[in-house]
Design a binder for this molecule. Sequence first.
Ligand code: ZN
Length: 300
Amino acid sequence: MKTTDDWRKYIKAAGLALLLAAGSMPTAYAEHSGSESLGLNFSEPPKTGQHSPVDQGQTVKKQKKVAVIIDDFGNGQGGTEEMLSMPIKLTVAIMPFLPTTRSDAELAHQKGHDVIVHMPMEPKQGNPKWLGPGAITSSMSDEEVRRKVEEAIDNVPYAVGMNNHMGSKITGDERIMSIVLKVCQERGLFFIDSKTNYHSVVGKIAVNMGMPPVANHIFLDDLHTTSHISKQLQAVEQFANEHDNCVTIGHVGTQGKKTAEVLRSGTASMQSRVTFVGISDLVRDIWGWQPSPILPSNNN
Ligand SMILES: [Zn+2]
């Protein structure tokens, strides 16, 4: 068991490696809202395995871990049922205040998936209609931002974390993201940077606050073709092989059924080589994250 000090040092070191890597490697990004285009990201995750098989004097082969996050639940979008019945553990990102927000959260939890809040945030470009209700915009006061985050967490039962829906503008805003992460921390949630903005400040703020700087590495369905989604899934496996783990994001929506189909068949063949985990498993294993809410949360 790590002490809090050890844990903070580890987070600092891991986060620094991540930020340095992110700053020195090429990346492509784009905003999204189900139909918007997304790109690859190459930020470096810290290597897992503080307790490697070598340390333990065993010859067990370490399994690479992959966390698949599916965004844009809450509105009965295409592929919702197919995703929720997926035979691997997923992380289900649910938008607040929508017709199926609660029922999607309940079903996802029942089926053993991780639930996170998919928090709508203002993009640099894009149609404001794609944002959905309860969105955070750059014109809001500190108090308004805090209230939006609190209300969203209250609206999505079983949430253990949060990621951003769109948000290329907001995730580059230090004032606003500091408040978002602070509220998450108070409620025992971690924050996953969806990486819709290459110049996101989220990783840096998370490290400073002693929170896990977890971020998306690869978007699965930025192009809506079976061949592209399959190719991205292969990129996920390769990334996991090189870095021990990979966080990837797909979507329900117009391409949702297609993404689900490729995921179902692709992950079946990958299962002998990688382990599919929830994002909460990953932040616990890599960063030793333990929620310590100081305010009540509705996540259990
Ligand atoms: Zn989204």
